[in-house]
Design a protein around this ligand. Sequence first.
Ligand code: FES
Length: 110
Amino acid sequence: MLIYLCDKNALAEGQSRGFEMAGLQLLAVRRAGQVYAYHNRCPHRAVPLHWQPDQFLDASASLIQCATHGALFLIESGECIAGPCEGKSLNAIECGENAQGIWVKLPEQD
Ligand code: FES
């Protein structure tokens, strides 16, 4: 199921945003022009990652950071590279951009 997420200008380079749709919490990040989307759930304690609305990145804006215990994740793959869930990964969500904006592909629900 393809779902419209937001206008492409609503996610600027080096920024992150949180979304809630179809009962799922998501986050999206744009890095080097590319959009990446993940479930907003830390693999350590299964809690949301953000410390404030739309704030998912570390101070350098180069990694996704969990607000609870500080785990750091690669933006491009969702892999945890430091912290209590090192080696685990965020759940990636297929996403892309077209003329209308940014979309995500959510799993089909029964
Ligand atoms: S809940 Fe995310 S690092 Fe512990």
